[in-house]
Design a protein around this ligand. Sequence first.
Ligand code: FRU
Length: 489
Amino acid sequence: MSEMLEKARKYEREESAKIEKENRPVFHFSNPVGWMNDPNGFSEYQGEHHLFFQYYPYATHWDSMHWGHAKSTDFIKWEYLPAALAPDCDFDNFGAFSGSAVEDNGKQILIYTGVEEKTLDSGEKCVRQNQCIAVGDGVDYEKFEKNPVVTAAMLPKGSSMEDFRDPKIWKEDGRYYMVAGSRSSDGSGQIALFYADRLDVWEFAGILDRSENRYGKMWECPDFYPVDGKQILMISPQEMEAEGLEFHNGNNTAFLIGTYDKEKLQFTREEIQSVDYGLDFYAPQTMQSEDGRRIMIGWMQSWDNPMYSDTQRWSGMMTIPRELSLRNGRICQRPVRELDRYRKNPLTYKEVCIEKETGLEGIEGRSVDLELILKGNEYGKFKMKLAADEMRYSEIIYDREDKTLTFDRTHSGFKKDTISTRSMRVESKNNELSLRILVDRYSVEIFANEGEQAMTSLIYTPAGASKIYFTSNGKAYMDVTKYEIEVEV
Ligand code: FRU
């Protein structure tokens, strides 16, 4: 093991032990210490779920990228494992960027982007991004000496040498496949497909889809998988321009929904759908669980409008893992069913008429799973305040006539001026809207209409603010159930 990796492992072990668990989310993954961004290598290995992540243990900001590591048997309770990779080789001296993992013949194969900073003969400094492999046993990994195994020189002419990253690997019919993000000669994103019969010898198979400057610039963190008979190419475009309520945040994420011709290795896009409408969601990745579910996890943060706590020694949380399914042509997301096992003390109110601001005895908390059904047509707007105390609150506003749902954290207690609201279009069916809301200390995830839309945002409201209030400008009828979520560690 390199000195650099040993140092990171020692540091995270010692420093993470000093962080109180009260300081962390209850049922969302947060990193041991320092900085975390994208989920990496989200996959099964020897019957357990593994999650790696972009990681800089020594400070709460992005820097030279390592891979952190954790595992779980139920997607909710995670056990930290020692950092898996450090940028300790020439071919990854600038960072071990995002990638993925696959189990193969008892080994765990990691594939990641080695970012190399080098000086050209002209004296000019440049950065090269190529794909590298490390093989391990679920804890320790050895990088191939032959790295990188896939280089930008294999891409179509004119493709960027600097922007070529985030390989997602899978194995099918005895062959390895990989998709990676790249920037084409028109300056915008494209997704390249490669295949290999041996992990060290890869072939370029073609470009699966491209932005053509329509959906953002560089396409990062691709994933490619089937859901209920459709094929999904999931992308995280940079510099994406918002369209109406779609594709905000600058860096956004999209499901490209289509079909895949496995013989010709060609993808045909039919639809594009936003993955999440909140303020903090990026770089999601999926895995297939042993029981066949397609499960997605995303990074709960935004590059352009970041919200961080300035008092914590860790900076980074993942979303709740979400099961994906296809309904009426849309990809729907629901929190993994394993979360149900952690729901305690259900409390239900039925047919409550909401007019003036109302609190309901026992409906409160900062680690809760709420199920709401809103009914009726005698109101225009329904509002709900979460994580509230006398001064602070985060609001969910349903505008029945506009058919929009808005999240607003203007008063969440943050002392910096950040963008604080986002809206999404929601359909109420027969004047009924169903919402599932996960509040976990510093985050709010909203799932509308059984996961037709999801909206994920951070709040760094002091943890004591735990009240919930409802109000409407007419008469709204509401059923609400609250569960407390408890996860013993
Ligand atoms: C996405 C990303 C990836 C890259 C990683 C670096 O958030 O920019 O494209 O591999 O972060 O940490």
